[in-house]
Design a protein around this ligand. Structure first.
Ligand code: ADP
Ligand code: 5GP
Length: 206
């Protein structure tokens, strides 16, 4: 039996309804944890003001996205709020084998696909066993609305669609190993950092 030495890299997956504060929390975590890299997803969604191609997302046309699906380049992909989103398998493997933890921001469907796909025989067992998932909730649906409206980056109908999906997403929080309520931002951040650090210290036997 081979015991992986600690701290070791982890595959750190975070889901949350849109507007819960996931991007804010993830940026802070990435800023403070040099051994943590962000898995940049591909999407067909148009960039929001201030978003940078290749940094926030790889912004693709529908044709480019469908081609990557056909070429098997995504560990998972899903239609979320009417747009395609996908996680690049090659990027994940490259970071992980170089000794970096990888932060993935995916929706609840993507999380379910990743849990399933990591069980495939082609996946490195070290990567499979170092998978950790965290669900971030807002304190209430009313505060979610206020945050989405306050962010002022989505059209009114986009906000309504995101709110419509939020209750269903929040009903799946119990499928995640950890749950954090983002009410006070600093407190939620401290909890997220504690979960990340503890995860890198978990005993892994191969
Ligand atoms: P997400 O990535 O989950 O869609 P964001 O990180 O963009 O969410 O946050 C949505 C909005 O809510 C932003 O304007 C952000 O500044 C704000 N926000 C995040 N966390 C909190 C919090 N704990 N209290 C109040 N506002 C917050
Ligand atoms: P946004 O458009 O607000 O950036 O993201 C919308 C939703 O898509 C969020 O729930 C986010 O977690 C999810 N998402 C982002 N990247 C991916 C991905 O690669 N795969 C999946 N399944 N969902 C993603």
């Amino acid at each position: 039996m081979n015991i992986v030495s600690t701290p070791h890299p982890v595959i750190f997956l975070i889901s949350a309804p849109s507007g819960a504060g996931k991007t804010t929390l993830c940026h802070r975590l990435l800023g403070e944890c040099p051994k943590l890299k962000y898995s940049v997803s591909s999407t067909t969604r148009p960039p929001r003001e201030g978003e940078i191609n290749g940094v926030d997302y790889d912004f693709l046309s529908r044709e480019e996205f469908d081609q990557r699906v056909a070429d098997g380049r995504f560990l998972e992909y899903a239609e979320v709020h009417g747009n395609g989103y996908g996680t690049c398998l090659e990027t994940l493997q490259r970071f992980f084998t170089s000794g970096y933890s990888v932060l993935m921001d995916v929706d609840v469907q993507g999380a379910a696909h990743i849990r399933r796909n990591l069980q495939k025989e082609s996946i490195d067992p070290a990567m499979r066993k170092s998978f950790v998932d965290v669900f971030i909730s807002p304190p209430s649906l009313q505060s979610l609305r206020e945050r989405l409206e306050g962010r002022a980056k989505d059209a009114a109908e986009v906000i309504e669609e995101r709110l419509k999906n939020a209750a269903d997403e929040m009903s799946q929080a119990g499928l995640y190993e950890f749950q954090i309520i983002n009410d006070n931002l600093d407190m939620a951040y401290d909890e997220l950092l504690a979960v990340y650090k503890a995860s890198t210290l978990k005993t892994i036997c191969l």
